[in-house]
Structures are given as C-alpha cells and as structure tokens.
Design a protein around this ligand. Sequence first.
Ligand SMILES: *Cc1c(COP(=O)(O)O)cnc(C)c1O
Length: 370
Amino acid sequence: MQDQGKARFAKMLHHRAEKLKKGEPVAPPLISATTYHLPEVEGASHIYGRMAMPTWEAVEAQLGILEDAPCVAFPSGMAAISAALMAVLTERKRLIIPSDGYYVTRVFSAEILAAYGVEVIEVPTAEIATADVSGGAVVFIETPSNPGLECCDIALIAQRVRTAGGLLIVDNTTMTPLLQRPLDLGADMVVAADTKAPGGHSDILFGHVATRDVELAARVRNWRKLSGAVPGAFEAWLLHRGIETLEVRLERMCASAQVIAERLAAHPGVTNLRFPGLASDPSHEIASRQMSGYGFLIGFELPSGAAAEAFLAACPFITQTTSFGGTHTAGERRARWGDPVSEGFIRLSIGVEPVEPLWGAIAEALGNSG
Ligand SMILES: *Cc1c(COP(=O)(O)O)cnc(C)c1O
C-alpha cells in the first residue's frame, strides 16, 4: 500500500475517537432500531430505519475515509452493483460489461436490465480498452477480473469513456480501496462486495457504492431508500469490526500469495498460472502501474477436472468454498459454475495461515493428486 493509503487507514481506525464524549464506547454500538423518537421531523438525526441507521453510518464513515469519497452501504455486493446500474441506466441505455467477469453481474444484466430495454454488450476484459465506447455508454469493468485475473487499464478506459460522454463503473472487489483506487484513476463510481476481504471472516454479505459525484451519490442513496435494499445493522456492525484488521490481513495474504504463486508456477504439474505479481504474467505491467499490491487470488490449471477435484479434496488447508477474501485459504474449480475456463482451472484465495505450513499442505496435495 502507498504511504497515503497507510495514512488514510490509520485515520480510519480512529474515526470515531474525535466525536466521543467521556464514557462513550470506543467500538460502535450495534443499533438495530427501526424507529426514532420523532415528536417532530425537523432536525431529527434519524427518522426511520430504511432511510438511515447509526450502525451503517459508522461503516459508511470508515469506507468513506478509505475510498476518499461518499459511500452508500448495501446488503450485498450485488445489491450495490444493481443499485449503481439502475441509478445510471435511466437516460443511458447502452451497457458494456466484461464477458469474463463476475458471472452474476452478467446474468443480472442479461435477465433484468435487458428486460428494461438496456442494450447489454459483453467484451473480454483484455479488449475493453480498445472497445467501441461511443454513444454515452455505461462501461462496467472489473480488474483483476474474477475468476480469470485479467487486468485492464483503468485510467486509459476512464479517459476514453469520458471523451465519449459515457460513465465508468469499476467493480473493485478483488482489490479493495487499499490496493487499487479507481476513483483516483478517473472512474465515476466504484462498486464492491465487502462480503469478501473487508468482511474477511466469511460471515456477512455486504456491499458499497463510492462516488465523488454528488448527484450520482444522491441517486444511489435514493434507490436504496425507495427499493428497500438496505443492509442489516448486525452485518454493518460485523463489517466495521472486520475492516479494522483489513490492512494487516491483506499484508499477510498478499505476501503469502506472492510466495505460493511463485512456487506453484515452478511446479511441473501446474499450467497457465495467473497471478499479476509474477513478472511473466500478461497483466503484470498494467497491474504494477495501477495496483499497490498484487492481491491474494491465484488462478491455475491442473490437467483435468478430476485432478483439480482430487487436489482440493487432498489439501487440509484449503476450504472448498465459492467465495474469497476470508481468513482461511479457499479454493474451487470454477468450471463447475460454467465460467469460461478450462475444466481443471482452480481459483485459490490465499488466507492468513502462516505461509510455510500452507505451502507444505498445498505441495503435498499436488503430489497426491498427480
Ligand atoms: C462476490 C462478488 C460480487 C457479489 O458480491 P455478493 O456480496 O455476493 O453479492 C460482485 N463482484 C465480484 C467481483 C465478486 O467477487
């Protein structure tokens, strides 16, 4: 992480302190109240739970410091993504999305947005920088993409989209605001699933939208209030706690991922390894320019679907789950979801285990799955 990012993180950790009165709790209280004392509406800090709750506001304050932008909290990453898209696809009717990105975004666009008259165009992440973005399109990118870990140049795309009168949304889930800063690179909006590394303990769904455009932020907030896609207080409270250790967890996860990616790449049974931190990776150059860490996700192939399943089953330190960014190293064979990847492709999310025992377990399981 860059020095500025570290300073932001330190400030975030103390964000409540300056407002505390003597005797108040340092950790934010979990307030799930739906109603607030309201003898008159004028001047009330809170009115009704669907409009705002103190516990989401604590998380929005944290995220706002990390993003350096107003943030709107949502009950999941998809709730944030759908809110951002619904808020901007009003007069704009053309949407470009990655063909190799998070698959639910594609399904949402194809099944819901298309039914509302939106023209949805899928473009591979590696080709979005040269795609036709004319006509005031909404361009949605994900870099590195999940699961293929393909990167695209955010600043270049932002400039092309802006010149064409369009709008750029970046799904920053795989990086978090600590490792990549799309708004600083010219994006109009960031969306993210805090379900992943920010929550970090595989026990909450959460998401947010960040934008420095006051009018866009107001539209997204209004969408949340009217659609009712509001986060729960308990989830917000857990996320607030999770975010406090995000920086130390990411530091361990990224450092371990680098070690494990290098060793996997050198392993004779492993092919087509993708990790942006390897100098040989096709995304290394772009990643080095726009990311301040290479993340904790690794993609690679074993010779067959069966070999991949056997490897995952044999490794005691890989949980077989479909998410990423948690404390436990997790892995899965993505072809089981119909992702456009080979049968033996595995996505690994490196956790916070000490790296040598983790590598020992992976190496042994690779031997056994041979
Ligand atoms: C997980 C994920 C989402 C969706 O998040 P949920 O909290 O599961 O709704 C969106 N984008 C990316 C890149 C993801 O990995």
